[in-house]
Design a protein around this ligand. Structure first.
Ligand code: C2O
Ligand code: CU
Ligand code: CU
Length: 419
């Protein structure tokens, strides 16, 4: 922190070389390094200032996915950084503990910029629940899941804007590494899992079918741990899970195929090898420091969004100069997302929401917490209760969009302002 208490973070978008396959260095893009970016960590109440420098050969942006902040600081397609340029957003962190992330958002180019490797985690602390594992890199471990299509020479290939969904790769990378392993040294490990893929939806399980606990969703902790054997994440979604290990055992974190177009194939993601001696971990607490549930107000306003095809919402293709929705500051509204075709998802900048129902059914208990991105199954309607913040700006919009990046880039996105 500097004298007035502001914490400074510097991110440089740059090209570099890394080995997605061992021994085969190829061009990748990253923040402050050749691939992906550092985990940013800040606490509620912190004043933060980011210095984002663009050393790429083309313009880009950095969006703070999951952050509650003024629209001018959001890093959407209106805050472009030219090559050689710098952008310095600043805000005060004021939101519950959560696992957020950051990635570029240049309109029409997001899929390519993320696929090249521009993405990183942004962890918000808020007094946390002390019994949750929290030693970063030891028993509190970020996992960025991405799939790639790699050529013989190891370089990422494929057209991220082709076909219905863009690219679904058959090489799974975790934190930028193919076929990784991790030595587990504690009895319980918390994984902060981000689906950072362009299109793929993951159904995460352990190779031996063991059960584990979900403790957090995109935008905050759950009120209590939820025991599961599988967690599904569509692009942009996050889950915090706690997994128990026995000394000396080995198990894979895997993804298994679902019945959709964007979740084909079974893949090992991460080999976990428990040491012979594990440090003891506290028992999982019965209650967690969850944010208060978002209550649907009487006479809540309802907005309807219709997804059909892959390049428009409510029949309109994204237009940077058109404001689609005007939301009153601090409002709580119902947003109804109707999907008339194949798989999509839906992300709203700036907000936290909870899923009311999916085709009339309550969401899975593990996905009932505060979120900012939701899977919208084919031919279904998802209803959300959305809590907006109080940063008003009648001119600068926030985005909502499908987070399948091929869809986002081709126009399945809209803009709202808070007034
Ligand atoms: Cu993670 Cu508008 O995106
Ligand atoms: Cu976002
Ligand atoms: Cu979509």
């Amino acid at each position: 922190p500097d004298r007035d208490g502001t914490r400074h973070f510097a991110l440089t978008m740059q090209r570099g070389r890394s080995e997605l396959l061992p021994g085969r260095p190829v061009e990748t893009w990253g923040f402050n390094g050749p691939h992906l970016g550092p985990t940013i960590r800040a606490a509620r109440g912190d004043r933060v200032r980011m210095t984002v420098t663009n050393r790429l050969a083309e313009a880009s942006t950095v969006h703070w996915h999951g952050m509650r902040l003024p629209a001018k600081m959001d890093g959407g397609p209106h805050q472009m950084i030219e090559p050689g340029g710098t952008w310095s957003p600043h805000w005060t962190i004021d939101q519950p503990a959560a696992t957020s992330w950051y990635h570029p958002h240049p309109h029409g180019r997001t899929a390519m910029h993320v696929y090249r490797g521009l993405a990183g985690m942004f962890i918000v602390d808020d007094g946390d629940t002390p019994e949750l594992p929290s030693t970063y890199g030891v028993d509190d471990v970020p996992l960025v899941l991405q799939d790639k299509e790699l050529a013989e020479d190891g370089s990422p290939t494929g057209d991220v804007l082709s076909g219905t969904f863009g690219l679904l790769g058959d090489r799974m990378l975790v934190n930028g590494v193919h076929a990784p392993f991790m030595t587990v040294r504690a009895e319980r490990v918390r994984f902060r899992i981000l689906n950072g893929s362009n299109a793929r939806r993951y159904h995460l399980v352990f190779g031996d079918g063991r059960r584990f606990h979900v403790v957090g969703n995109d935008a905050g902790l759950l009120p209590a741990p939820v025991e599961v054997e599988q967690v599904s994440l569509s692009p942009g979604e996050r889950a915090e899970v706690v997994v128990a290990f026995a000394p000396g055992e080995q198990v894979f974190l895997r993804t298994v195929a679902g019945g959709d177009d964007i979740d084909e194939g079974d893949f090992d993601l991460l080999k976990l090898v428990a040491a012979q001696r594990l440090t003891s971990s506290p028992r999982l607490p019965a209650r967690l420091a969850a944010p208060a549930p978002i209550v649907v107000p009487a006479n809540a306003g309802v907005r309807r969004f219709r997804l059909n095809g892959h390049d428009a919402i409510n029949g309109k293709e994204m237009d940077l100069s058109r404001i689609d929705e005007v939301v009153p500051a601090g409002a709580t509204e119902i947003w109804e997302i109707e999907n008339t075709v194949y798989a999509h998802n839906f992300h709203i900048h700036e907000v936290a929401f909870q899923v009311l129902d999916v085709d009339g059914d309550k969401p899975a208990a593990y996905a009932s917490g505060h979120k900012d991105t939701v899977y919208v199954p084919p031919k279904s309607t998802v209803r959300l209760v959305v809590k907006f913040g109080g940063f008003t700006d009648p001119v600068t919009p926030y985005m909502y969009h499908c987070h399948i990046l091929r869809h986002e880039d081709s126009g399945m996105m809209g803009q709202f302002v808070i007034v």
